[in-house]
Write a protein that binds this ligand. Sequence first.
Ligand code: FMN
Length: 448
Amino acid sequence: MKKLRFGLFENAQTNDSGTSTWRHPDSERHNFDTLDYWVDVAKMCEDAKLDFLFLADAWGWADVKGTRPDICDTEGLDLPRLDPAIVGAAIIASTEKLGIVMTGSTLLEQPYAFARRMQSLDHLSKGRIGWNVVTTGTAETAVAAFGVPMVAHDERYNMADDFMELVYKLFEGAWERDALERNKAGRYANPDKVHRISHDGPYFRSHGFGNSSYSPQGTPVLFQAGSSDRGKQFGGKHGECIFLGGGTAEKLAGQVKSIRDEAVANGRDPNSIKLMSAFSCVVAPTKEEARRKHQELLDAQTPEVAVASYAWFTGLDLSSFDPATKMSDLHTELSQTQIARFGDKTVGEVLKDWHAHGVRTNPYVGTPEDIADIMIDLAEKTDIDGFLFTPLIQPASTKDFVEQVMPILRARGVAASDYEGDTLRERLVGTPSPILSADHPGAGYRTL
Ligand SMILES: Cc1cc2nc3c(=O)[nH]c(=O)nc-3n(C[C@H](O)[C@H](O)[C@H](O)COP(=O)(O)O)c2cc1C
């Protein structure tokens, strides 16, 4: 079996993923706005040889019936947050090998400034940066805060395609890889290797020189997680690593196949895309203890959070529907995945589910051996390349996972025991060099 890859899902806010576990006695997430918190998490990841720390992000807040509900503030549900790129920058110096992946929105960021931010991080980290490309489907409040119009679901992906074309020009085409000579007796840069870019797209325009030079990886490693049809098309074209939301082996296998098919349709090697499934667990030395720990996590949360949190992901206030309403009768222009995943369940059932796991899937609960068996079985049946560990409380869940489960995965030969390769792309995607492989559409913008 292939060696699996591992990342840690994190979020620079008190809670994440639609649940509210910060009150649990072992949770340190209320300290997410301190550097100490992030340095400790990053070091834990690096000591465990995880491939990367992923910083999720979102804009906006839950807004049910036009009034921000107090529950969001009393539970620290969606605000306040920190900027993931700044958190990423802050932990570069305390790590050497760990990949740092951050989320950036093609709906709300300015491509020219965003490209410089990614290049700056890639330079300073010596090629350890990844970008999770999101179209931001979560909140109408986000576009109101930015003062920009809401864009419909599929059109947001057209906009994202335009954003990508422009940033590829900046990442790959503006400065050649060997443009900088830094020769005090000669010249700093070779002007023949510095190019004007020109972009007049349907959504974005830019003309002139790139603000940063070619960084160690050129384009940061591109992550994506859209699971709608249009999202999968986008991921199959641009993504180098795709996150899947988790679920049964059958569901994951279907998603893996459709994304690899999209890659082929875009002229790419299907195995060059690394597919990583979100994975949560509650682990303890005995099954009984694990079940007790899980119950404590559920008890630490207030059930009212579920309504506000679901509304934030979809714009739908589930408390305003008859609990017997079928989820398949609802529609949103925000995250369609958060309706589709519940199939024929009723609104009442989904509110209960959401309290237990929010946007994640239900955690696996068991002994370290149980959890390792489940992970290996999922990987064998689905052709995924690894897991994005999504902790229920931080740092306690991650500590349990890396101390109790990772050693078993290593002993069974499915997890690496050290870092190989210098950059995130070489390690994670397995390319022979740090830059985008020739069959990736971004490579076509390179001036070599
Ligand atoms: C593991 C995982 C992590 C995600 N992280 C983010 C994130 O940080 N920010 C965000 O806006 N969306 C995030 N998403 C959501 C997707 O990127 C996507 O925007 C969402 O599924 C809606 O798009 P779709 O309708 O194409 O599925 C994540 C999804 C998964 C499975």
